[in-house]
Design a protein around this ligand. Structure first.
Ligand SMILES: [Zn+2]
Length: 118
C-alpha cells in the first residue's frame, strides 16, 4: 500500500495549498518522480481518483514528470544517464574514462513540482 500512503500525502499537500490560497478547485498536480523510485504510476492515479472524491481536488489530474537516472563520474566529471534495467544487468562504468567511481545525482526525486488551482 506504498502508493496509497504517498497519494494521500500528495492530496493532503494539494488541499492544504488550495486552502491557503483560497482556491476553489485544484486543476493539476505536477509530480517530479525519479526513475529509481518504486512507484507505480497507474496505482498512483488509481488511488488518487478514489481518495480525491469530495475534496477540492475532485477533478484534478496528476501529471508525472520522470527524472532520469544520472550518475556523475568522480574521476572526470562526466555526467551519464543509465537505464533502470541496466542497473541490474551490467557493470556500470563511466563512458568516458571507464571509472567505476561515480555518484548518483538524479533518479530518486519525489516531490510536488507544482499545483495549479483556480
Ligand atoms: Zn569518467
Amino acid at each position: 500500500m506504498h502508493e496509497l500512503a504517498l497519494t494521500q500525502d500528495i492530496l493532503d499537500t494539494a488541499v492544504k495549498y488550495a486552502c491557503q490560497t483560497n482556491s476553489q478547485k485544484i486543476v493539476t498536480i505536477v509530480l517530479r518522480l525519479g526513475a529509481l523510485r518504486d512507484v507505480q504510476r497507474e496505482w498512483l492515479q488509481y488511488y488518487f481518483n478514489f481518495i480525491r472524491k469530495g475534496t477540492v481536488a475532485e477533478d484534478a489530474e496528476i501529471l508525472v514528470i520522470v527524472n532520469p537516472i544520472v550518475f556523475s563520474c568522480r574521476a572526470c566529471g562526466r555526467e551519464f544517464e543509465v537505464e533502470r534495467d541496466s542497473l541490474y544487468d551490467e557493470d556500470i562504468a563511466c563512458p568516458d574514462c571507464s571509472s567505476k567511481n561515480y555518484t548518483l545525482i538524479s533518479g530518486t526525486e519525489f516531490r510536488i513540482e507544482g499545483i495549479e488551482v483556480v
